[in-house]
Design a protein around this ligand. Sequence first.
Ligand code: SF4
Length: 241
Amino acid sequence: MLTTAERNASPAQRIEPLRILQSVQSDEHLVVHEVYRSIQGESTWAGVPCVFVRTTGCHLRCTYCDTAHAFYDGKMRSVDDVLAEVVGMSDGALVEITGGEPLLQRGTKTLIDRLHARGRTVLVETSGAVSLHDVSPHARYIVDVKTPSSGEDARNHAASWRLLRPGVDEVKFVISDVFDYEFARALVVRSAFPTGVTVLFSPAAPRMNPTELAERIIKDALAVRFQVQMHKVLWGDKSGV
Ligand code: SF4
């Protein structure tokens, strides 16, 4: 959960740590908060061992944010340095670039392309508040469409939704209450996303009871995929897992 000061930060204040750390936007550099190995906890890739690259900085302030530590700090690194660390950490094929908001940094595109060239499957978790019109085609994008309880639903970049690729990209809704559920359901029912794009409904614990969410999905016969955050089941609300 965010502090009041974090929640009330102005747009300029929100990206100030990123601006200071990355004084020159560069295709060859990234401000990285942490790199770690874990189990993929979400999406259709849940359960697969995965190396995570968490970038610094986010321009949103979702009320339920559990990665506020990634708003600040981090280290400016060359893309090749990050690439070498990721490749050295695992022979496995799966890598996720997350944040913060990884698409705020130009170096993310370079890292995706180089990981792809090294045979890695790359997932990018994005807030959905950044355009997908000019992103690398070599990643699979998981778009966290913001629900009303996030306080950031007005920032959804809906024009990007039609660009999502069936069988490749995925959409996620974090659902805190019945209003979020109805918001997400309405988008699914009116086919806001291309047919074949997996839609994930995830309960925001402890605000939304997972059983209640599952039962609503069943009752409404919604063609979505229910998920819980597997890493939180395993390790609780800890960073770096
Ligand atoms: S987009 Fe993600 S990192 Fe940014 S405030 Fe929302 S939950 Fe936190």
